[in-house]
Design a protein around this ligand. Sequence first.
Ligand SMILES: Nc1ncnc2c1ncn2[C@@H]1O[C@H](COP(=O)(O)OP(=O)(O)OP(=O)(O)O)[C@@H](O)[C@H]1O
Ligand SMILES: *[C@@H]1O[C@H](CO)[C@@H](O)[C@H](O)[C@H]1NC(C)=O
Ligand SMILES: [Mg+2]
Length: 318
Amino acid sequence: MAPGAAAALALTLLLAAAARPAAAWDLWALRCGFSADCECGFGPDLRGLECDLAMNLVGQPLVRQQVVKGVREFLENRNPVKPLVMSFHGSTGTGKTYVSSMLIRYLFQGGLQSPYVHQFSPIVHFPHAERIEQYKESLKRWIQGNLTNCGRSAFLFDEMDKMHPGLIDVIMPFLGPSWVVYGTNYRKAIFIFISNAGGEQINEMTLALWRAHKDREEISLQDLELAISQAVFENPQSGFWKSGIINEHLIDLVVPFLPLKRHHVKQCVVSELIQQGLEVRPDVVQDVADSIPYFPEEEKMFSSTGCKTVASRISFFF
Ligand SMILES: Nc1ncnc2c1ncn2[C@@H]1O[C@H](COP(=O)(O)OP(=O)(O)OP(=O)(O)O)[C@@H](O)[C@H]1O
Ligand SMILES: *[C@@H]1O[C@H](CO)[C@@H](O)[C@H](O)[C@H]1NC(C)=O
Ligand SMILES: [Mg+2]
């Protein structure tokens, strides 16, 4: 067969395969092969993650690099010495929840609905300060129970800045490099902490760097790391304070989310219009972006609410 014909045949086969609505299960089986991890609905698609982040996450070059690199290195290691622990920091609407759920979607079948993915939010799960002892017991039992069930579990802790320090103490033993805690092997687990802590410092630093003509693409993790750890781990108001979480090197990745500029907000408006099946009208994009507050007072460079209120504002302008 001539090379041209072979290519045409291959293309036809490919198109035929694509046209057939493959059952989600087929795809999943393909993705995880015969890996034992698959028992836990675990089938990482890092290429998909990388692609989705590149296409849809705006204005966060550091996040993209950090998250993909961190997860890849962790998963390539057949015998990790400790679980993967990431801490997301940044002000509201910069994409922390968005990235964490995207990541989970590319790791676990069913995404956030997977029985191996566990989300905790202090105001939902641990609202009463007087019940702290009881919460500590349950949280320890849950993490332990779920890790016994499946070592490849993920635990997401949102609003860490509102988390009682006693609860952080309970989580800590699971993050370190010891073999077993409470009789459980937990080194393949993934922990993600999310908070606004350090957000103000990240914003200030980004602003200062912008004033020094440094583009956000040029900002390095080193530029921000010290400011974040001072705000988050050395601040007595913070739940992380004295937890030893940083001194013991329990956190593998500190991931800063930068404040978003007006043109990023516009990109969020465009994505949202497309997602809602609406026409992308330039006047609507402009009006929605203009309706959002920006800081600092003089230059109005960065969105005070990131892209958070974009979806709800569209109906006012369309
Ligand atoms: N960097 C971004 N790129 C693309 N979309 C974004 C980005 N940041 C936010 N968004 C959009 O805005 C919505 C709200 O963002 P998200 O919930 O992730 O904010 P957050 O950082 O978790 O804020 P909070 O601290 O208030 O919880 C997302 O669902 C997404 O549609
Ligand atoms: C796993 O965690 C959930 C909370 O996300 C809890 O309800 C459940 O009881 C835990 N499972 C085990 C076996 O401990
Ligand atoms: Mg959030």
